[in-house]
Structures are given as C-alpha cells and as structure tokens.
Design a protein around this ligand. Sequence first.
Ligand code: NAP
Length: 505
Amino acid sequence: MTFTPHGNHLIGGAWISSHDQFQSAPTHGEAHRFSVGTVDLVDQAVDLAEAAFGTFSSSSRQSRADLLIAIAEEIDLRGDDITAIGSAETGLPEARLQGERGRTTGQLRLFAQHIVDGDYLDRRHDEALPDRQPIPRPELYMLQRPIGPVAVFGASNFPLAFSVSGGDTAAALAAGCPVVVKGHSAHPGTSEIVAEAIHAAINRCDVDPGIFSLIQGGRRDVGTALVQHPLIKAVGFTGSLAGGRALFDLCAARPEPIPFFGELGSVNPMFLLPNALAERASDIAKGWAASLTMGAGQFCTNPGLAIVVAGTDADAFCDAATQALREVGPQAMLTDGIASAYRGGAQAVANAKNVDELVRTEADPRYASPNLFSTTAKEFLANDVLGEEVFGPLGLVVHVSGIAEMLTCARHLQGQLTCTLHMSKADSSIASDLMPILERKAGRILANGFPTGVEVSDTMVHGGPYPASTNFGATSVGTLSIRRFLRPVCYQNIPSDILPEDLTA
Ligand code: NAP
C-alpha cells in the first residue's frame, strides 16, 4: 500500500487538522491517527456549502455530470490504495471492495447520464388561457429544484457505496446540492482517500470547493450539530435503528423541520411456499446460507427470516441450512462494537421462549460465525424480539401451521426493505394472496432469488415503511434517489428571461 493517511478533515477545499485525535482500529495492518470532528468545523463546512449553493444549484447539468464522471475517474486512479486501506480498516475481503468500488463509480456515472437526460426534472407546462371563463388561466411551469446543503452520514457497512462518495453524495451532487459528509470512524482512512479523489475532481472541473466537505468522526456532537444546523436542508443516513431514530427526532424537532432519509433495520423475510419447498428445499437452503453469511451478514438486505409450513419438507430445509451454515467459518466484522452487538442479538434470540438452536457458534471478539434458530408462528407473533434485525449471519426459521398462519405472520411484519417469495408455478394462488400484504410491507418484492445484491438502476427501490426507512416514499439506491434532494417549484407568469435554464435546456 502506498497511501498513508494524513488524518485531516477536508473543509471546503482545505485540509484542516483539529487538536483532538483518535486512532483507527484496522483488522490488520497499521493503525493511523485522525483529527476528531468538532462543532466548529460543522459550522465552517455548512457555511461554505451554503455560499457555494447559489452557483452550484444553477450550474448546467452537463457541468455537474462532468464533475461526477471526474470523481469516478479519480476514484479509479486510486483503486488499489482504496482497496488496501478499505480492506484493512473494515476486514472486508479485497474482492468485495473492488466490486463495491465498481458499484460506486458506476452509480456516479449513472447519475451523470441521468441528469444529462433531464427526465428527473419532471418539467410541466400549463399554457396561459387568457380567454377562459369565468377566470383566465395564468401561464404555469413546474420544475424540480435542488433544496440546499445536504448532510450525509457515512455507513459502516459500505465504506465506498454508502459512504463519502456513495449513493447519497452522488444523488445530492447530481441534484445540485452541496454535501457535508460526517465520516464513519470505522473507516477514516478510506474516507480520506475518497475525499482526496473528490477534491481532485473539484479542482479539475473548476467547481467551487465549498460544495464538498468531509468531517471525520470521533464525537457524537458532530452528528447532532450537523442535523441541527439551520442551513442543512436534508440528511442521508444508513445505520442503526437507535442512531437513525435519534437523528430523525432531532430533525423533526428543529424550528424548521427537515427530511431525514434514514435507512435503518430490516429482517428481509423469505416466504417458502409449499410446492417450491417440496421441489427444492435443499437448494433454497444452500442459497440462503450463502446469502446470509456473505460479508459476515453485514448487509441491510440480509435475509434473516425464513417462514415455512411445518412438515417434512420444512425439516429437510432446516437440515440442509444447518449443514451449509456449519461449513462457514468465522469472518471479521466491521468493528468490535458491531461484533459485540451481534453476539448480544444472538443471545437475545437464544434466550427467547420456545426457540430451538440449530446452529450455535462463538467466535473471537472482532469475528462472527453463523447462528441458526427455529421457532413456531405462535412464538414469533407473541415476541417482538424475534422480528428485530440482528446485524450479522443469523437466521431464524418460523414454522407456520398452514397458509392462513403464513398470511398472519406476513401481516404482523414491520416495514421491510425486501420480502422474498420462493415459489413454483403451482404456488401462484398463495403468492397472489401474499402480494397485496407484502406490497404494504416492503420497498422491493422478489421471487426465487435472494435480496443481497442490490441493482443500481432506474427501477430500484431501496427503502420501505418504517423502520426499514424513515421515509417510505423514497429510495437510497438508484436514480429515483435524486428526488430526495429536490423540491417542486411552480412558476406563475414569470417572464421567460428569468425562468431557470433547466425549463428549456
Ligand atoms: P450507528 O451506530 O447508527 O452509527 C451511524 C452513524 O450515526 C455514525 O456516524 C454515528 O456516529 C452516528 N450516530 C449514531 N447515533 C447517533 C446519535 N444518537 N447522535 C448523533 N450521531 C449518532 O451505526 P453503525 O456504527 O454503522 O453500526 C451500529 C449498528 O447499526 C450495527 O450493529 C447494526 O445493528 C446497525 N447497522 C445497520 C445497518 C443497516 O443497513 N440496516 C447498517 C449499518 C449498521 P458515531 O460514530 O460518532 O457514533
């Protein structure tokens, strides 16, 4: 690795150190020292973002597309160093980080194309009807406009695709909104090198450097000051239910409340319908074990819950899942805290009444190995703990007595990012009964696959009713996510020479 972090924040184009320092905690390799974020730096970064907003928000879409492409190119230039420090800091395998880098640069390029195409502006026009009776109609235009500086919280589990230059940042910059990122303290060196790439792209494209700042983590009051800053107009967040809810409440309690786009917890239930289970219980179990343990289960789309009709096919499914999960060894987790939360979550499930342990493992402090439990629908419906996300490679099989109880379990679910149907053609009628329930529960419904691996595209919805997200009308992945940072404005009888260029360009 040739990259050695200097440990500074990037505040509107200037690398700035602060007095207090914290040390990174990599899974391997050297630890480095980083400046701790401060409330004063939040004020400086947001003021610079607001100052840059006027020019940036009215810049041409082509110039912002050029910037997004330049960021992708600068990230690619630093590819090997990003992989090396990212893997050391998070414990994620190098191949995973290479793939995540491709996704990150791919989404920057996708947004570049999306804004050049311009459909996201949703331009509308009502012609003036001066002779209309009883009253004339004025000339009306409508256009989506950027909302102002956006705060982004880097996520621990996607150090590239949901962090400094991840989907939230890409969508906000594409919309014309400056961004202030609060870096996650689990991967400060990765944050720094990606911020370097953004900084280089801003210089190359001659854009106001106030449009981007990175404040390193280390202190809670940085996050609270950021969401409470009066000039911040929206927040993008991926993380825990507790942290997200606390920040959401702060946004709602501001004198001027602002939208908080939080992507929080989800157990991503799978419904195994009887004919599919009879035909391929073992294959589904093996696929489930692979999806559940990928990346040590640290995916928001991890399918933690399988709902099956009790019987011999369900038993065959449990046996095959048990066997497949026993073959998976310990994997490093993102932080000691996340590993410890996983152990606590597994213990809470193990302690619940009428829960059987199918696979129960222990691992070294920073590591996780799979756990598998089973229970009845009656217990699942009676105990809320069994429906809560345990972040890591933990699965729970819920045995229902029949289809009526499967529908009851579906109705009982909290909001989810995804719900999955494993079905064959002969299961269509049961699947049709489930669909209207699942549409009210999840942002994405899939059949005969696994929800890990989220396509970045025009149709993707990565969101869902609370607690999957704090705003069920939005997505944090795909081109639709740009809508979070736009607001419709109507222009009535405004002379054409002062209308926004985007109305005609
Ligand atoms: P987190 O604890 O929610 O932290 C995410 C970010 O929010 C960090 O920058 C954190 O700052 C900040 N934050 C959290 N609570 C805050 C508060 N009350 N006030 C101000 N700032 C606050 O998430 P995490 O560190 O990534 O992981 C912890 C747990 O979150 C995991 O064990 C897992 O359960 C869950 N998680 C879920 C997902 C998902 O996609 N569903 C993804 C990642 C994590 P500090 O660093 O200063 O604390």
